[in-house]
Design a protein around this ligand. Structure first.
Ligand code: SF4
Ligand code: ZN
Length: 315
């Protein structure tokens, strides 16, 4: 592990580039893509990226604040965004309402909107939202009770590395993560974990090792699904860490190793996030085939033959 600088809220905010302009009455993006569902079938999932007030946490690696407002959006704006997105998207079985923060942060999603939101998504089998362990409480149960479909909550575990997790400024311990998953499981709410591959302060092999250990920890805690996110720059602080040598993005090969080991555990679904995966290619010849293999492994949850390429000889 390397790098010793401490990053607090003020320093992280000071490093930020400007936010994007967003409209509180429109989601900032939406899409439908297939995913391996909890039942093992490949099913379409709509993801609606809701526009709302910025998350009050300031995690070192987070760039989700870029598409957020400074103030709370008015009551009614979130249901309007959902209605707009669903009118444009093809049908899907499940929906992710991702709000660049925590769904149960009342400054982000007004509690007064829960009922209408639940109505808007009543045709979906599963409703997946993101939330911080500190905000997993009675509001989750209230929203669960309003839904026709099943509620699933995605929680950023990030890493269980005992020195790196506190340095991510996430304001969360692994115990808090465990307690949140336990509380949600007891209340019949499914959970998934987001896990960072190679967060700052780790080299490539440590990045792989701690991603795999974190997946194992998340399954031990009771999650049904782990989604591995290759750590990216793009929020200001990460560029500074890149410059001072405390961070380097992981390679596509490391993504292959972690997904392979995660699937081999056979403890639940494991995905690797392939959004802009091109930036992690280290060989233009085999990069696209490796990406396609990972996409298939995500969908089928099966190990597939490795891609061979002449570049291996030079490694
Ligand atoms: S809790 Fe999530 S949305 Fe909020 S700063 Fe951390 S990573 Fe970003
Ligand atoms: Zn190659």
């Amino acid at each position: 592990m390397y790098g010793t600088n401490a990053w607090d809220d003020a320093k992280i905010i000071a490093a930020r580039p400007p936010k994007n302009a967003v409209d509180p009455h429109r989601p900032y993006a939406s899409l439908v893509e297939p995913e391996c569902a909890a039942n093992g079938q490949i099913e379409d999932v709509a993801t609606i990226f809701l526009t709302n007030r910025e998350c009050p946490f300031r995690c070192l690696m987070c760039d989700l604040w870029k598409n957020t407002t400074d103030e709370r959006v008015p009551v009614g704006a979130i249901p309007e965004q959902i209605e707009f997105a669903l009118s444009e998207l093809p049908p899907a079985k499940h929906v992710k309402l991702y709000n660049s923060g925590n769904f149960f942060d009342r400054q982000a999603i007004p509690q007064a909107d829960y009922e209408v939101i639940a109505k808007r998504v009543s045709s979906f089998d599963t409703v997946i939202v993101e939330n911080h362990p500190k905000l997993c409480g009675d509001d989750c149960l209230q929203f669960r009770d309003l839904l026709v479909g099943k509620l699933e909550i995605a929680i950023g575990l990030e890493t269980i590395h005992p020195e790196v997790l506190p340095r991510l400024n996430k304001q969360m311990t692994t115990n808090e993560f465990q307690r949140a998953v336990e509380f949600l499981s007891e209340n019949e709410i499914a959970t998934r974990a987001f896990i960072l591959l190679r967060p700052p302060f780790l080299d490539e092999s440590e990045g792989i090792e701690w991603a795999i250990r974190s997946i194992s920890f998340a399954f031990d805690a009771g999650v049904q699904c782990c989604s591995v996110i290759p750590t990216r720059d793009g929020n200001g602080a990460m560029e500074m860490l890149l410059t001072d040598g405390s961070f380097e993005p992981p390679t596509l090969r490391s993504m292959e190793t972690v997904l392979t080991d995660g699937l081999a555990m056979e403890r639940g679904r494991v995905f690797v996030d392939l959004w802009d995966a091109e930036r992690f290619y280290d060989c233009e010849q085999c990069g696209p085939a490796r990406r396609a293999r990972l996409a298939q492994m995500n969908l089928t949850q099966r190990l597939l033959p490795v891609v061979s390429c002449g570049c291996e000889a030079t490694r």
